[in-house]
Design a binder for this molecule. Structure first.
Ligand code: TZP
Ligand code: MG
Length: 211
């Protein structure tokens, strides 16, 4: 997926949909304007991740929205996902790229300027940077230094996706610092109307990019 739009990356985990099925939630956030989805099931079996990713892909693929699988290259390949996102404890970017091939999207988490530079050199397509703010999903991880996104922006040409504690109220901060998009979990998790919330987030992102 060359030219993947990372403006609004919605991360789906086991707790996403309140009364909604995974398929309903996926459909609604896409109709609200999600440009990219990520399947993130921590401590799940490969089989559980594959089944979940398959459900999401069944909705997203016909609508043209790319799906990235977190952590696991093998599951991403088996599901026929559009990409994989690797962090510090996952396969290194070089190996993710070798296994995934040239066409698949490889995203990498970067906790420093050096890690971002390395991810770019190793063949990543984008870097995820965070937690920008204190995150309910990673309560024990300290937020990044406030100048990390601008520093990475100056150093690499890859798109930057800001993550961690991002809401409609603060998303302008990383966008104005040079992030190309934001990734969201809590702001949509257990949400009764994910389509409406996604559409408000999207609108704010577009505004912040212009302003
Ligand atoms: N990496 C850094 S913060 C985070 C991840 C996966 C969690 C982001 O979730 P939330 O709930 O949007 O803060
Ligand atoms: Mg990971």
């Amino acid at each position: 997926v060359p030219g993947i739009d990372l403006s609004l990356c919605v991360i789906l985990d086991r707790e996403i949909g309140h009364d909604l099925t995974v398929e309903q939630f996926t459909r609604q956030v896409i109709s609200g304007g999600a440009t990219c989805l990520q399947v993130r099931l921590k401590d799940a079996s490969a089989r559980e991740m594959l089944d979940f990713a398959t459900l999401v892909l069944g909705v997203a693929r016909p609508l043209g929205i790319p799906v990235v699988v977190n952590d696991r290259v093998d599951v991403a390949l088996a599901a026929g996902a559009d990409g994989v996102h690797v962090g510090e404890e996952d396969l290194p970017v070089v190996w993710a790229r070798r296994l995934a091939g040239p066409a698949m999207v490889v995203g990498a988490s970067a906790a420093s300027v050096e890690a971002a530079r390395q991810a770019q050199a190793d063949g990543a397509d984008y870097v995820g940077v965070g937690p920008v703010f204190r995150s309910p999903t990673k309560p024990n991880v300290e937020p990044i230094a406030p100048d990390l996104i601008p520093a990475i922006r100056r150093e690499i040409s890859l798109p930057i996706v800001a993550i961690g504690g991002i809401t409609i109220h603060n998303l302008h901060v990383p966008i104005r610092q040079g992030a190309d998009g934001i990734a969201i979990i809590s702001a949509l998790r257990q949400c009764l109307t994910p389509g409406e919330v996604a559409s408000r987030l999207k609108e704010s992102i577009c505004k912040a990019k212009k302003g």
